[in-house]
Design a binder for this molecule. Sequence first.
Ligand code: DAH
Length: 341
Amino acid sequence: MKETLEQIRREALAALEGAGSAQELETLRVQYLGKKGELTAVLKQMGKLSPEERPVMGQLANEVREALTASLARRQQELEAAGLEARLAAEAVDVTIPGRRPALGHKHPMSIALDELKEIFIGMGFQIAEGPEVELAEYNFTKLNTDEGHPAREWGDTFYMREDSSLLLRTQTSPMQVRTMEQQRPPIRVIAPGRVYRKDEVDATHSPMFHQVEGLVVDRGITMADLKGTLNTFVEALYGKGTKTRFRPHHFPFTEPSCEVDVQCHACGGAGCRVCKGEGWIELLGAGMVHPKVLQGVGIDTEIYSGFAFGIGVERMAMRRFSITDLRLIFENDMRFLSQF
Ligand code: DAH
């Protein structure tokens, strides 16, 4: 029995020492110290020993058990420590590695120009309205005093969506004048920014899709003086105090009288140069006093109310603001261009 115990001690200690995982350790514990283990099997035979031998063997057996238990615990700790080391090494973060700069986006130049424009009109108490890009001809033309047969309604200029010319991609934001007045009674002070479409060939100053901002003010006693004051305030906010404007007579079907508004050329101060094509002035927008027919069409009493309206070409404004010489750059979305803003 002594030999058996010594052998178990030798073999078990060697095996425990060599165990490479918690799993292996558990198998060894069961093999030697478990209820059906080798050491337990020996202890069960104690009864057969003589009374003199029994305490001696008992003591030896205890020593072996303690040795195995201690070895098992030590090996367990070693494996846990090694496991932790390995995990720390694997999950290590090197805080000295230079960071990767996140790629930050920014606004498109058209959005910058549009936001500035909205900001200026919001500051003057205007509200912002939005309307459909697919519009009824009724709103794009008829209700704007542009009856059937008017040259502006020709198929060559407009993207129609139906054979009978009743539905189209809006050619202007002006239908928002009518939509606004149908939903809201005076006093009205709104701007309506958005896309408009025309059958134009693409070149440095034309695109079949572009942006306009429509403006509409309707109230008691609104005159041309209010129109001039509002637009002069807008132009000075946009291009700086003292910027001169020029109001030229013009014709639009839905305003009477109508005008076009030019700003004095920023490049030459009015003397005439390449930027303004020798004119000294740059065209900025169309405007006028809302035609009585348009007001009456939405049931507004022209004896009490009057109004003014204007339509700004946003691309033209943005091109001037950022000194962009070719309209196509705005829509091509070439990063070399966009990253400059
Ligand atoms: N809708 C016109 C255009 O597309 C611009 C315009 C002119 C708008 C006069 C207006 C206005 O509101 O009063 O050319």
